[in-house]
Design a protein around this ligand. Structure first.
Ligand code: F6P
Length: 368
């Protein structure tokens, strides 16, 4: 049954930017306005805009022509949290609970539902808002593909394509200079991005956080290729990968972010370790934010559009506090409360791991 209660819906994008955000905003807006006659209000800069009451009207025309655009027309923040917000008062910085103000803003804006497009952190805040009575619908975003409850997040496919293309290009230098070339790939504590892009580009070695690598096995693979006359190797290493018995490599601590640790640097460490042990010339490239940039792939545009229309349908049907998800080939929904604070890693029995080995890619460990 269609809900005739909801007239005005808020939309925000939270966390890191990601290809496909605009495609979701477009799909949500077109679907809610066109199909259901609702009004859509965009919240600027994620939860920060909700705390500071900064909004922009989203009309059918306002979202025309944004399907292909990277980033988010609404802006985003991976630091804002209405329940634990860093604020500056009298030159001093401290955390404040801004939730009352935020709830007041939602009420004053007459929002009867709020669509939160984001990853784990966004779904955690969305859950807290849902617990205080805000009708929430979540849309799963992240290049890392590490969100619980869905088979795939939008943005991941684009990032995989970018990383795979980067490794294809690295081949040229690897081959010409007979070098070991390492490509460090994002993904936080999950190896999806490195595994998928490593498979897509035929990387010789793929190192993921789920499997602590053994440096001797990595070097042996490089040597083995050399012995066979393949005088170069390409290594895809996830930023969250670490050697057996070793530590994660942290690039920075972002003090004012709910998730303070930023990973990065394992590629350089690995390059030094390999060069020291094998004497082979080794270089590392960190892909960084290139992986989040630019236009989404056709797959992500379609997925983002399906998610956006799915989110609008949930609202129209009065189904709240749920996140749209892809399970198998179908768009379904799961309780948003189940998503935040949990992550989805590459399972150790994933067929992809043995597929990688079957085609000669080492995972830096001996699989049982
Ligand atoms: O979650 C997306 C992501 O790009 C991760 O892969 C990466 O670890 C992190 O965000 C980087 O965050 P920031 O943009 O704050 O440096």
């Amino acid at each position: 049954m269609l809900s005739n209660r909801v007239k005005r819906v808020g939309v925000l994008t939270g966390g890191g930017d990601c290809p496909g955000l605009n495609a979701v905003i477009r799909a949500v807006t077109k679907s809610l306005t066109n199909r259901y006659g609702m009004e859509v209000i965009g919240i600027e800069d994620g939860f920060l805009g909700l705390i500071e009451n900064r909004t922009v009207p989203l009309t059918y025309d306002a979202v025309s022509g944004i399907l292909q655009r990277g980033g988010t027309i609404l802006g985003t923040s991976n630091k804002a949290d209405p329940f634990h917000q860093l604020v500056e008062k009298d030159g001093k910085i401290h955390y404040e609970d801004c939730s009352k103000k935020t709830l007041r803003n939602i009420e004053n804006l007459a929002l009867q539902a709020l669509i939160c497009i984001g990853g784990d952190g966004t779904m955690t805040v969305a859950t807290e808002l849902a617990e205080r009575g805000v009708p929430i619908v979540g849309v799963p975003k992240t290049i890392d593909n590490d969100l619980y409850g869905t088979d795939i997040t939008f943005g991941h496919d684009t990032a995989v394509s970018i990383a795979a293309e980067a490794m294809d290009r690295i081949h040229t230098t690897a081959q010409s200079h007979h070098r070991v070339m390492i490509v460090e790939i994002m993904g936080r504590y999950a190896g999806w991005l490195a595994l998928h892009s490593g498979l897509a580009s035929g990387a010789d070695i793929i190192l993921i956080p789920e499997l602590d690598y053994e440096i001797d096995i990595v070097c042996e693979k490089v040597w083995e290729r050399s012995r066979k006359g393949r005088r170069f190797s390409i290594i895809a290493v996830a930023e969250g990968a670490k050697p057996k018995g070793g530590e994660l490599v942290v690039s920075r601590i972002v003090k004012d972010s709910p998730e303070k640790i930023r990973l990065g640097g394992v590629g350089i460490k690995l390059a030094n370790d390999i060069e020291d042990r094998t004497g082979l010339e080794t270089r590392a490239t960190v892909l960084g934010h290139l992986q989040r940039g630019g236009t989404p792939t056709a797959f992500d545009r379609i997925l983002a559009t399906r998610y956006g229309v799915g989110a609008a349908d949930l609202i129209a049907n009065g189904q709240f506090d749920r996140m749209v998800a892809l399970q198998g080939r179908d768009i379904v929904s799961v309780p948003v409360t189940e998503v935040g604070g949990r992550s989805r890693k590459v399972p150790l029995d994933s067929p992809l791991l043995s597929i990688a080995e079957a085609v000669g890619s080492s995972l830096g460990v001996k699989l049982g």
